[in-house]
Design a protein around this ligand. Sequence first.
Ligand SMILES: *Cc1c(COP(=O)(O)O)cnc(C)c1O
Length: 368
Amino acid sequence: MSILKKIQTNFGVKKTHTHWPGLIKAYKKWLPVTDKTPIISLQEGATPLIPVNSVSELIGKGVKVYVKYDGLNPTGSFKDRGMTMAISKAKENKCEAVICASTGNTSASAAAYAKRGGMKSFVLIPDGYVAQGKLAQALVYGAEVLAIKGNFDDALKIVQELSNKYPITLVNSVNPYRIQGQKTAAFELIDSLGEAPDWLCIPMGNAGNITAYWLGFKEYFKKGISKKLPRMMGFQASGSAPLVLNKIIKNPETIATAIRIGNPVNKNNAIKVKEESKGKFTSVDDKEIIDAYNLLAREEGIFCEPASAASIAGLLKLKNEIPTNSKIVCVLTGNGLKDPDTAIEKNESCLKSNLEPNINEISKAMGF
Ligand SMILES: *Cc1c(COP(=O)(O)O)cnc(C)c1O
């Protein structure tokens, strides 16, 4: 008998943790994979669902708010959920290289999973508009990083053409396997809560993720695993809100670079999700985003990236419409460490610098 087993037996300790095999293995029967599919995984998924009481208290009315902290995926964003599927299927189809356009997180994820699957990756990014952490990841994982003098929408047009012309697989969210992988986040929510939330609050860029969540909720609902469906509440930055304004935005601008997208590829899907779920699309400005971003960090110890905080900012904006005693999940799509420049720039005033290394001065600075 192993020492651990002995301890467990002697002290009656129950095994509290089982190995998580990654989302494809965990949700295999819900996904378009077979025994022949080579599973390329970094054990993504199983991210925590954390109650955020300070946000619940701001709302009152017995409302309970949780965040789905998908920034804790292997490369720090929910993109890993879709990428494990997209890359596994690309591998199954004997593909040797993948390509994507990206505001940063897709490129980081594609680069990591491509390498894990023994493939080459090309990523097109808008020069100067990708957060430092994301650029660092793509470079370290060994992607061919191609920065263009244009925005995400320009980059997407180019990679779509390139993937038609050359033997490279496109892994943007137009790739249907991405949506399939990402729908597992909705499964995890219902598995944790026991039912779907009343509202799902989510930031929208290309609107692949809102499409994926809705697919997941509907599939569990159809099988009776959840007795209800949530209202899908999508949020965009006010300078980059094509789905709220219902028009293409030529020059989208926002501090939340992950959702700086003017012509979302999943536009029609998003509109359908809104109608089917009786949802709502709303915009929040950069100040509201940064306020929510700092609130999560200061009150809850949760560091997400600016785009993710749009879900909390949006929820607070709709405060008066929230039903009494409802359960709400806000999706935190990416990790705060992705964008250290914004983090520091928006909090520089908190830094006490140039202090002499002596006790008196330091204790004075500490407020003693
Ligand atoms: C990609 C991304 C989004 C937007 O997701 P879509 O599926 O494009 O709507 C939001 N937040 C973060 C951190 C992202 O990386």
